[in-house]
Design a protein around this ligand. Structure first.
Ligand SMILES: Nc1nc2c(ncn2[C@@H]2O[C@H](COP(=O)(O)OP(=O)(O)OP(=O)(O)O)[C@@H](O)[C@H]2O)c(=O)[nH]1
Ligand SMILES: [Zn+2]
Length: 217
């Protein structure tokens, strides 16, 4: 069953500046925006001519400091970030929006608290709820104004998350195609990924962990 699209909150933000960003896979242009309400710096990595009206290969990535920067194997975020940039480089055209909504919107410290609860037996959804949060606190209201800056209206969206696709529709951003992004299944994130599939509706097949794994958290 597809989850209902949540009412989008349209946030205001300013476009600030850009610079070249060479990566191992391509030289992107990095664009910075500042959100009025929070002062948070949101980013767009752009490659090629994305404003020509054709659907654009895109990743709407939520910040995960532990996974994106600190190599955590508890989630699939770092591998998804790298995989998305590689695919955009292969295509020679695309955009990655890096949204500062760490921990599905609860922030880094609360995500660490949620991890501690998961070490005591809660799953990722229960841990958020035990801390008094919804399972997913994110909103994608910044996506439409960020894409507007580049003249992008239609996406080939790299995601496994049906809520994200529904949110794009509610914002008036067309998802012409969904591109699966299945990477980095390991002993440490097996349970987390299964919970995403079973409780949050992510489009990936739950897998039973092998009996001899010792990486469960
Ligand atoms: N609260 C909480 N946040 C987490 C946990 N693990 C990862 N995150 C955050 O979840 C966000 C990524 O969400 P995902 O559902 O993995 O991915 P998604 O981007 O919504 O979906 P995909 O597009 O398919 O990758 C990042 O902000 C992470 O910091 C956790 O156990 N608890
Ligand atoms: Zn992560």
């Amino acid at each position: 069953m597809q989850p209902a699209a949540e009412q989008p909150v349209k946030e205001e933000l300013d476009y600030v500046t850009s610079c070249a960003l060479p990566t191992p896979w391509a030289q992107f242009t990095l664009h910075a925006f500042v959100e009025h309400a929070t002062g948070k710096e949101h980013l767009a990595m752009v490659l090629g001519d994305i404003g020509n009206g054709e659907p654009v290969l895109a990743r709407v990535h939520s910040e995960c400091l532990t996974g994106d920067v600190l190599f955590s194997q508890r989630c699939d975020c770092g591998a998804q970030l790298e995989g998305a940039l590689k695919r955009i480089a292969e295509e020679g055209r695309g955009v990655l929006l890096y949204l500062r909504q760490e921990g599905r919107g609860i922030g880094l410290i609360n995500k660490m608290r949620a991890y501690r609860l998961q070490e005591q037996g809660a799953d990722t959804v229960q841990a958020n709820e035990q801390l008094g949060f919804k399972p997913d606190q994110r909103n994608y209201g910044l996506v439409e104004p960020m894409l507007k800056q580049f003249g992008v209206k239609s996406l080939k969206l790299m995601t496994n998350n049906p809520r994200k696709i529904a949110a794009m529709g509610a914002l008036g951003v067309e998802v012409a195609e969904r591109v699966p992004l299945l990477v980095n299944r390991n002993a440490f994130n097996q349970h987390y990924l299964n919970t995403k599939a079973l409780k949050l509706g992510h489009m990936m097949t739950p897998v039973t962990p092998p009996a001899a794994e010792d990486g469960s958290l």
